[in-house]
Write a protein that binds this ligand. Structure first.
Ligand SMILES: C[S@@+](CC[C@H](N)C(=O)[O-])C[C@H]1O[C@@H](n2cnc3c(N)ncnc32)[C@H](O)[C@@H]1O
Length: 261
């Protein structure tokens, strides 16, 4: 499955706006005064740009992706004190975890399987912070009688294998919460929805095309007319649900978290 630099660049400003800033602050604080941050599925470096305002200048990045073009874009972004690893995340034992003080990722957990996340979580003794996992909720204005059917088909497609076994899709954040809590981590969840208005037409239109294609593949042929109607409507806005999660091991000392989901 490929993620083009153009698509990642199109979504990045919306991801930045949507990411819960309170959880981002706590995540950065949890990374210690000398952070070594491992960014899993780093793409073109969106997480570096998102977390930079919260982290000290001496932060060292370890970047992992299996797409060499994206990885090199991210490495250029992070600066000279960065290590980049062209790796398949499926090879969990190869992840460069030693010395890491924070494990992070964005728009990643909905792609992975429960087994992958359980295996990763079992290896972690440091905070884990995953932002912007799709949560299965979409709402559209104006509404269409096909919204529900298309959302259900899209969500079914989100659960198909994205290279890690059956994907968590819309259950990503809730499953992550369950897994990390069972291991004794203190878990905080926050909503991070995209709120797309008329001026966000570029992402809106790409999103609709992608949703329709996935929904058709998942057995909802009506998604074609659903997309045509939304793309030609005088106005169409939407809220696409995402969630952020921060899991702190018992040993992490932070001020109390009041993040709620
Ligand atoms: C939705 S993109 C998110 C990228 C970036 N974190 C962001 O928020 O813009 C998912 C990223 O995970 C990477 N990825 C997906 N499957 C992977 C795998 N098996 N091993 C390594 N990277 C993978 C993709 O190449 C892509 O960069």
């Amino acid at each position: 499955m490929g993620f083009s630099p153009d698509w990642l660049a199109l979504r990045e400003p919306h991801d930045l706006k949507a990411r819960d800033s309170h959880l981002a602050t706590l995540a950065a604080q949890s990374a210690t005064a000398d952070p070594v941050v491992l960014d899993l599925g780093c793409g073109a470096g969106s997480t570096i740009r998102a977390l930079r305002p919260y982290l000290p200048e001496n932060t060292k990045w370890r970047l992992v992706d299996n797409d060499p073009v994206l990885l090199s874009l991210a490495k250029n972004e992070a600066g000279f004190d960065t290590e980049a690893f062209l790796l398949d995340l499926g090879e969990i034992d190869s992840l460069p975890l030693e010395g890491v003080t924070l494990v992070t990722g964005s728009a990643l957990l909905d792609l992975v399987s429960r087994k992958w996340l359980e295996d990763l979580a079992a290896l972690l003794e440091v905070p884990a912070y995953f932002a912007l996992s799709y949560d299965g909720q979409m709402s559209w204005q104006p509404e269409s009688e096909l919204d529900r059917e298309v959302t259900a088909a899209f969500n079914a497609h989100q659960r198909s294998d994205k290279g890690f076994g059956p994907a968590l899709g819309p259950d990503a954040a809730s499953t992550a919460s369950e897994i990390f809590s069972a291991l004794g981590f203190e878990v905080s969840l926050a909503r991070s929805p995209w709120q797309l208005l008329s001026e966000d037409k570029a992402l809106h239109d790409e999103l609709i095309a992608g949703i329709a294609q996935a929904a058709i593949e998942a057995g909802a042929p009506d998604a074609k007319s659903w997309a045509e109607a939304k793309l030609s409507a005088e106005f169409s806005t939407c809220v696409i649900g995402h969630a952020d999660i921060l899991a702190l091991p018992g040993s992490t000392l932070l001020g109390s978290s009041d993040a709620q989901y």
